[in-house]
Design a protein around this ligand. Structure first.
Ligand SMILES: [Zn+2]
Ligand SMILES: [Zn+2]
Length: 348
């Protein structure tokens, strides 16, 4: 088969490789579309080394058709279409004993810790498969993982009907949280970023979204003003690598300042920079801070909403490119964040 192989960091080649073999509990998928994630950009740059090594076929957001079924697999049959939930866990560590799998201390992802979906075929475990019907296109199947990240974040933050929400960061993760949140609460959602195009996307795609450019206004002060001093029920940090802005707190600090007393802050951005925080502002509010990492069973919910037309996956997809141009796609995502949110790789 052909695959986009990360042969060395910062270098992807579309080349002939061995088609993966499956064991009794695995399925062979013919991949239709795979989507490039922010984590893939980190891997591309070698920032996940030594967790990742080259050569590697990245891709943990993908869907396709079942073309091979292991002897013990009963969840799918040949010809079924499915989306792939790429995570697996050890089942033995303290978090796993509590069935809190996203916190497994040896969590593994297909496409990160083993070969994934940037090739024509991928071998995946049966428990990772979520069948989809004709109401969901192949393109959208590759976005289900990202949207599920949004649903998981909402669940972790305890977002409920009637809650107000602030999202710091309107990138891939922030936008997916917005989509998920809109299925839960009709109240105002404040979206904060420094890129106008991303803010515009959030504001025009959904009702009752207030967009705040952090370069122009202090978002925490603006949110306090707009909520008449009350603050939002929940604030989510989905910035990732935060560019320091003169006169602004770190995004996590902005979240603390934006919530009401006894509110919740949920953090997702995987930046390496430390977050300087004035903890007394957090303590005064007796606030709660939770983290959200991957997904935990939200695929079903996401597929349900997608199938009923509650989500807008196309707003996340900036461009589709053939997988043979994966190198160019990574470079575009890196150099032009204002123009590209999600790039889908079409796999022939
Ligand atoms: Zn991802
Ligand atoms: Zn574990």
């Amino acid at each position: 088969m052909k695959a986009a192989v990360l042969t060395e960091y910062r270098h992807i080649e579309w080349k002939e490789v061995k088609t993966p073999e499956i064991d009794d509990s695995e399925v062979l998928m013919k991949v239709s579309y795979a989507s490039i994630c922010g984590s893939d950009l980190h891997i591309f740059n070698g920032e996940f080394h030594p967790r990742t090594s080259t050569p590697l076929i990245m891709g943990h957001e993908f869907g396709g058709t079942v073309v091979g079924v292991g002897r013990n697999v009963s969840v799918v049959r040949l010809g079924d279409r499915a989306a792939v939930d790429p995570i697996s866990w050890c089942g033995r560590c303290a978090a796993c004993e509590l069935r809190h799998y996203p916190a497994c201390n040896s969590l593994k992802l297909v496409g990160v810790d083993s070969d994934g979906g940037f090739g024509q075929y991928a071998a995946v475990k049966d428990f990772m498969l979520h069948k989809i019907d004709g109401s969901i296109s192949d393109r959208h199947a590759a976005i289900i993982e990202l949207l599920s990240i949004g649903f998981h974040a909402c669940k972790r933050a305890g977002l409920a009907k009637g809650d107000t929400l602030a999202i710091m960061g309107a990138g891939r993760v922030g936008q997916s949280i917005l989509q998920a949140a809109r299925t839960i609460t009709d109240e105002t959602i404040y979206v904060v970023d420094i890129l106008d195009k991303r803010l515009e996307l959030a504001r025009t795609a959904w009702e009752n979204v207030v967009a705040i450019n952090s370069l122009e206004h202090d978002p925490a002060a603006a949110i306090r003003d707009l909520t008449k001093g009350r603050g939002v029920d929940i604030a989510v940090e989905a910035v990732g690598h935060a560019h320091p802005i003169e006169g602004r707190a770190h995004p996590v600090g902005l979240c603390i300042d934006a919530i009401r007393g006894a509110g919740t802050v949920c953090v997702l951005g995987l930046g390496d920079e430390p977050a300087p925080l004035a903890m007394k502002r957090f303590i005064w509010k007796e606030a709660r801070m939770v983290a959200s990492r991957v997904t935990h069973g939200e695929f079903k919910e996401t597929i349900g909403h997608l199938s009923r037309g509650h989500l807008k996956p196309d707003t996340l997809i900036s461009r589709e490119m053939p997988a043979s141009q994966a190198q160019q796609a990574f470079e575009l995502l890196e150099c032009r964040p204002q123009d590209y949110l999600k790039i889908l790789l079409a796999i022939p």
